[in-house]
Design a protein around this ligand. Structure first.
Ligand SMILES: [Zn+2]
Length: 422
């Protein structure tokens, strides 16, 4: 690599972003308080609170080591002639520009995944296991990675080939064509993921008949919400952590509850969770989220097109002749600070949506109390960080911290109908 000013600027952008993210994590651990927050006394024990802090410290240490190692490998690759060597090898193997580009970017992605593998294993089998979360077997761990690799090759490869081809052949308007392709692709994925992709990783079964299912179906019916089904997902295959999520569009909207959630919540609390999810749908959050993501993709691709015209930059990193794939790789690095900023912006929007969905759920039969109890149970099951640092919240939190959600729910008062009333 030749240390020209533009080349150094690209590296500085990358290092700045990593440093800011590391600073947020470090501040987060530093700001832990020893006293169990009042709203969670009685649900959380002092012992669980202390354990959640040890868990946070251990996972933060691993995360910092993981990101530091990945950054060091990348910097070594860039500064030791890696671009020139890999570009040469990709061109020798595939004569066409698109083929060489796929090989170049594919090899980088594969190398990154392989370098990360020991950290992923350490996370599951050491850190998560030490705190009693891990239930992943070695077989599931390996199969997950193989399935992920297969999907990346088939879906990621096809999408990347289309984008490379567009930038290679369509001139100044390429970013628009690439934007259309990526948007269509995400739209299709949104529709087919629940039926084709998620079942590759988990089993989904209809929730058995009983009080819980009855309560959930009654609530959806009273709300006039067309629910395609209530499913139980075998989340316990990988972790004891619990969650619930919504999938599908149009008439095929389903709620999926982790099996690990069912024994931790009462039917009334699960109704509050469903009400929160229905709130997202009713308030247009899912649609708005999709279009905001689309806008962000357009901005990224438009800037990528401008960036590709930056003369001399690729040569500074050792490319013997400029290409779309080396340009896109460098763009991905230079783009990091802006991506972090846009991520923070979209997290701020998401947190706002979460507060609105909570307010919607506060009007469900159990009132704000039912959702508050559900959130408390969830925070304990997952040993959530109760006092995250504001910088980390701003950068990475898609949901408000649990104490903020509890405070807002408490401000709603006891709710329309007291718990247990008909
Ligand atoms: Zn939500």
């Amino acid at each position: 690599m030749t240390p020209t000013l533009p080349a150094l600027a690209v590296l500085a952008a990358l290092i700045f972003t990593e440093a800011l993210s590391a600073l947020a994590r470090w501040l987060n651990v530093r700001s832990l308080s020893l006293e169990l927050p009042a709203p969670l006394r009685g649900i959380w024990s002092e012992e669980a609170y202390a354990r959640s802090q040890r868990y946070l410290a251990a996972s933060t240490r691993l995360g910092l080591a993981r990101e530091g190692f990945s950054l060091a490998c990348l910097l070594a690759f860039l500064s030791c002639g890696g671009v020139c060597w890999l570009d040469g090898a990709a061109r020798a193997a595939f004569p066409g520009e698109v083929g060489a580009g796929l090989a170049f970017l594919g090899a980088l992605a594969l190398a990154q995944a392989l370098l990360d593998l020991p950290f992923a294993a350490w996370s599951a089998f050491v850190v998560e296991a030490r705190f009693g979360f891990n239930t992943t077997t070695a077989r599931t761990f390996v199969l997950d990675r193989l399935k992920g690799l297969g999907l990346a090759v088939i879906l990621g490869g096809a999408l990347l080939a289309a984008v490379l081809w567009a930038f290679q052949t369509l001139g100044g308007m390429a970013w628009l064509a690439a934007w259309a392709v990526v948007t269509a692709f995400s739209g299709v994925l949104l529709v087919v993921a629940p039926t084709w992709i998620l079942p590759l990783f988990n089993r989904f079964e209809p929730l058995p008949q009983g009080d819980t299912r009855q309560a959930l179906e009654d609530y959806a019916r009273d709300e006039g919400f067309a629910l395609d089904g209530v499913f139980v997902m075998d989340g316990s295959k990988r972790s004891t952590k619990a969650n619930a999520f919504f999938t599908g569009v149009g008439k095929r909207k389903r709620i999926s509850l982790y099996d690990t959630l069912l024994d931790k919540m009462t039917p009334e609390q699960l109704v509050a969770v469903l009400a929160h999810e229905i709130g997202h749908s009713r308030l247009g959050h899912i649609r708005t989220g999709f279009w905001l993501g689309t806008l962000r993709t357009g901005l990224t691709l438009g800037l990528a097109q401008l960036f590709l015209g930056w003369g001399g930059l690729q040569e500074a990193f050792g490319a013997t002749r400029p290409s779309i794939h080396v340009g896109l790789m460098l763009f991905a690095l230079a783009w990091q600070p802006l991506a972090l900023g846009l991520g923070a912006l979209s997290n701020a929007v998401s947190r706002r949506f979460e507060r609105q969905a909570d307010a919607f759920a506060a009007r469900a039969p159990g009132g704000p109390q039912a959702l508050a109890e559900a959130l408390k149970a969830l925070s304990l099951a997952n040993l959530s960080n109760l006092t995250p640092h504001p910088l980390l919240v701003a950068l990475e939190y898609s949901h408000p911290p649990v104490l903020e959600r509890l405070r807002l729910l408490a401000a709603h008062g006891p709710g329309p109908r007291p718990s247990g009333a008909a």
